[in-house]
Design a protein around this ligand. Structure first.
Ligand code: SIN
Ligand code: FE2
Length: 222
């Protein structure tokens, strides 16, 4: 694990100058603050999405209620229930299509993917995760997409979090990456199926999101 200060010191970190791109692994980068200027527009963009497709706690195939609250926008949305994980064009809670992906979201995702070296990213799905204090996301792979040529683009908003970025095997040691509001992580190529997760969220108050962290993950699912 690297000894870089940004991984450990959440309090002093925002005061330090940060490089525009930090290498996590081959095919995986952190873009500190790449979405900072767009944060208000992103949150304004998701407000009508949440109004049309409200936060819900999905059920895993094993029957557990996910602690992360979720919604989606785009041509398809990620869903989980007793039948499994998949992408579906229909929101199961409303029976209607998921809200379309706002242009502000799509444009940001395409721009930051290009900064990370993935040009011509064409996201058709944006999963919107909301973490309350104590909420975590256990190590998993994103593997419900149809092909793995396109990267995963992940945008953090609101309360800081510690992102876990592991290897291609579940048992591989995970790096701990401190994420601030406006930070972006992009992974693809040989790391497209890397295990990743989020440590339990620390309580706090953020001017943009209150007591929550909101994460947008853009993917090409179909
Ligand atoms: C995810 O893996 O789907 C979300 C990761 C995050 O919230 O940073
Ligand atoms: Fe994921």
């Amino acid at each position: 694990m690297s000894a870089r200060p940004r991984r450990h010191d959440l309090l002093t970190q925002p005061l330090l100058p940060r490089p525009p791109l930090e290498h996590i692994a081959a095919g995986a980068v952190l873009l500190p603050g790449a979405a900072s200027a767009a944060q208000d527009a992103l949150l304004a963009g998701i407000a009508p999405v949440i109004a049309a497709a409200p936060w819900r706690h999905m059920i895993t195939p094993g029957g557990a209620r996910m602690s992360v609250a979720m919604s989606n926008c785009g041509e398809v949305g990620w869903v989980s229930d007793r039948r499994g994980y998949r992408y579906d064009a229909i929101d199961p809670d409303s029976g209607r299509s998921w809200p379309r992906m706002p242009d502000t979201l799509r444009q940001l995702a395409v721009r930051v993917a290009a900064l990370a070296g993935f040009s011509r990213f064409e996201p058709d799905a944006c999963l919107i995760n909301r973490y309350a204090p104590g909420t975590r996301l256990s190590l998993h792979q994103d593997r419900n997409e149809r092909d793995f040529a396109a990267p995963v683009v992940s945008v953090s908003l609101g309360l800081p979090a510690v992102f876990l970025f592991g290897g291609l095997r579940r048992a591989d040691r995970a790096q701990r990456i401190a994420l601030q509001s406006g930070d972006v992580v992009v992974w693809g190529g040989s790391q497209r199926l890397a295990f990743h997760g989020v440590m339990p969220l620390a309580a706090g108050e953020h001017p943009l999101t209150g007591r929550y962290r909101i994460n947008l993950t853009f993917r090409k699912a179909r």
